[in-house]
Design a binder for this molecule. Sequence first.
Ligand code: FE
Length: 342
Amino acid sequence: MKWVNISMGAVTALVSVLSFSPVVAATEAAKDNVITVYSSRKEHLIKPLFDRYTAKTGTQVRFITDKAGPLMARLKAEGASTPADIFMTVDAGVLWQASEEDLFRKVDSPVLEAAVPANLQSAKDDWYGLSIRARTLVYSTDRVKPSDLSTYEALANDDWKGRVCLRTSKKIYNKSLVATMINTLGEEKTEAIVKGWVANLAAPPFSNDTKTMQGVVAGQCDVAVVNTYYYARLMKKDPQTPLALFWPNQDGRGVHINVSGAGITKHAKNPEAAQKLLEWLAGEEAQGDFAGLNQEYPVNKAVKPSPVVAAWGDFTADDINVEAAGRLQAAAVKLMDRAGYK
Ligand code: FE
């Protein structure tokens, strides 16, 4: 957990106000100009944006980063006394959960409605996706031809026996993937597919996406399912890595996508200012960097992805409402357990 302090400029300003005005007025004035964000999105991906926003508007953005679970527990424990105006996190499953637990408030923002596609935001208008992450196939360019690949489902076929690497089913990304499969294919079909994946595993599930890809590089397996920004990181370190991305299900439901996103907390002290920040983050000025710092895709269709991301080519994304990832998360967990997916 980490607190990031308000800049010295703000402290100086506050001190000078205090010396000339009643304390209450000074506190009010300062409060209006400070937003507090609890974020499970990492500091290096958000701080540059918050700094830009402060430079542009004078509004200070104070934030802490931690895993989503502890931040949600903290929001609940703090209740009405929370300093948090915004909860920012990754994965629609987490956003959905936060909404279910009544941690957000409804936002009435035509700006956010226009900037964020309807399937990437809460039906209750209490959270909005801010970047898109694609969870797709990555394969060994030494041992696999792209024409060998077609769909997520096909990785359950016999010809992939001993050739598949997966990340642990405990990770929310895989819970969301399987939840959206349940939504589209039904439980029975999805369970048969997940059982097929497990039967084809070359190694026990890995703890993270990078290790999963390294399994392919090391020759343990030939294909894996990962979020594309981890592929970007690996390829940045060594562009000669013999891996490539594949966009599956292009004749069907499309590539599984998820979001990072945010909502305004139920007990926000400064909801108007918080809304302005979210509107800015979803807008054309900020979206390129918000997505680009992590090599993700902008949610705002008016903004192009970074050159690195654009070079991977266009793909058809599953247009399912990502809220299904939350709604069917419990069913997905049970299904993966039944299928023996650790
Ligand atoms: Fe991640």
